[in-house]
Design a protein around this ligand. Structure first.
Ligand SMILES: [Zn+2]
Length: 444
């Protein structure tokens, strides 16, 4: 049985991840994400835009190269709930008459995104808990192996076939002290090392970083150092982070309570992700914290926050400088809570390395400087494996073939260089692909 990997999206950028594995007469699709950098400028009139336009603008993956496989596709498998992995489902999934398999948490997020009910109507969504598996057909079994990342319930997807395994490890890190949930299931990965692992498709985002990616508990200590160790008395504190990063929000919440301040989360996307996390009992913020879905529609509450600024920690959406998110509205003085001199503005996040986002962030920081806010940047650890984590994964799993994904060519090539140190030969056991290209990875 021939196995061919089709690189659809995410092989030339950090975003719009989509890979198709053609397995004999069948196929599965792994992830269907958006490219945030190209998606955000189109966001205002998404419902009017034809799918072709989104593809043409590189906002979503281009599925045309795998058009012939349409009827072969038996499952769409979504590794975790980040938008660069699930955001294009609403446009592309209905091409394929098959179920969507994903984690219970990502199922909740899909449900939140699916206001028109089109996703759930066209494709049955099957929830698979991490560290369990699901049989798709006589040939294909899909296993979700729990991985630490920067979102609840990330999974490495193991495709179990009669001839061996194919491990799709987008996205992961080895966090030995996660804030929410368990560490990456290394025990299962070690078992894979004893079985035949045909191919490893691996996260190259941080492959250029010569280190290990540190635990989320390190970010918590950085946050404690700023909020508990500095002269915050009498000043407002605004913290911003990724809306989907519930573990980081839990740290903000815990540290704010140590400081004796009440936490107020402001913004629609924070509301959505926190609701999903609370529904599945991963956190319990409500009751002790306030969650305001819309800054624009909650003037009275924001005015109260403004007047009693030293009693609260405001957690705002917009960590990447998104012009319409809460933090930009605060900086633009569009809402009754604004920055006053010496207020703390803490960016508990990194900056996604794409041109538009980097530009937006600079603009936002400039506005906060003008208002004389005190900026604390990069209170953050990444959710992506660094070079030495990738080396560990290769050592543990001992795959026959490696395909780097989730990055542009320099990032993919970094994985190839690392693999070369481990005796994998480029073009033979390591394949560098671009979007739209394919490679035969096994033939029996
Ligand atoms: Zn991710």
């Amino acid at each position: 049985m021939d196995i061919t990997l089709h690189a659809v999206g995410g092989y030339e950028e950090v975003g719009r991840n989509m890979t198709c594995l053609e397995i004999g007469k069948e196929a599965v699709i792994l992830d269907m994400g958006i490219y945030l950098d190209r998606y955000v400028p189109l966001q205002d009139n998404l419902d009017q835009l034809p799918v072709q336009k989104l593809i043409h603008e590189d906002a979503i993956p281009d599925p045309h190269p795998i058009g012939k496989l349409r009827k072969k596709v038996k499952a769409i498998i979504l590794s975790h709930a980040h938008l660069d992995h699930i955001g294009a489902v609403r446009w592309l999934a209905s091409y394929y008459k098959c179920p969507i398999l994903t984690t219970p948490y990502a199922t909740e997020i899909l449900r939140n995104m699916d206001e028109g009910n089109s996703i759930m109507e066209n494709n049955k969504v099957v929830s698979i808990s991490p560290n369990s598996s699901y049989r798709v057909s006589d040939t294909i079994e899909v296993e979700f192996i729990l991985a630490t990342h920067s979102i609840i319930q990330a999974a490495m997807v193991n495709i179990i076939l009669p001839q061996g395994n194919i491990l799709y490890s987008l996205d992961y890190k080895f966090d030995n002290q996660p804030i929410i949930g368990q560490p990456t299931n290394k025990r299962r990965l070690r078992q894979l090392g004893k079985e035949n692992t045909i191919a490893l498709i691996v996260d190259s985002t941080n492959a250029e970083q010569e280190t290990k990616t540190y635990s989320e508990s390190v970010a918590r200590e950085m946050l404690r150092d700023v909020l508990l160790g500095m002269e915050t008395k009498g000043h407002g504190i605004v913290v911003t982070t990724f809306s989907s990063h519930t573990a980081r929000q839990k740290s903000i919440y815990d540290v704010a309570r140590e400081l004796g301040r009440e936490v107020v989360f402001v913004g629609r996307s924070l509301y959505n992700y926190i609701s999903a996390a609370e529904k599945l009992d991963f956190v319990k913020f409500s009751g002790n914290a306030t969650i305001i879905p819309s800054a624009v529609r909650s003037s009275k509450q924001l005015k109260k926050l403004h007047e009693n600024r030293d009693k609260y920690v405001v957690v705002a959406t917009g960590s990447q400088g998104e012009p319409k998110a809460t933090l930009s509205r605060i900086a633009d003085e569009e809402v009754p809570f604004t920055i006053v001199p010496e207020d703390f503005v803490v960016f508990a996040c990194g900056v996604i390395p794409t041109p538009t986002i980097q530009g937006n962030r600079k603009i936002l920081e400039h506005k906060i400087h003008r208002q004389q806010g005190r900026i604390f940047k990069d209170i953050h650890v990444s959710g992506h494996a660094s070079r030495e984590d990738i080396r560990d994964l290769i050592k543990i799993v001992t795959p026959q073939t490696i395909v780097p994904a989730h990055g542009d060519m320099p990032k993919l090539a970094s994985v190839a260089a690392l693999a070369a140190e481990m005796d994998y030969r480029l073009g033979k056991e390591v394949h560098l692909l671009q979007n739209g290209q394919s490679v035969l990875i096994d033939s029996v």
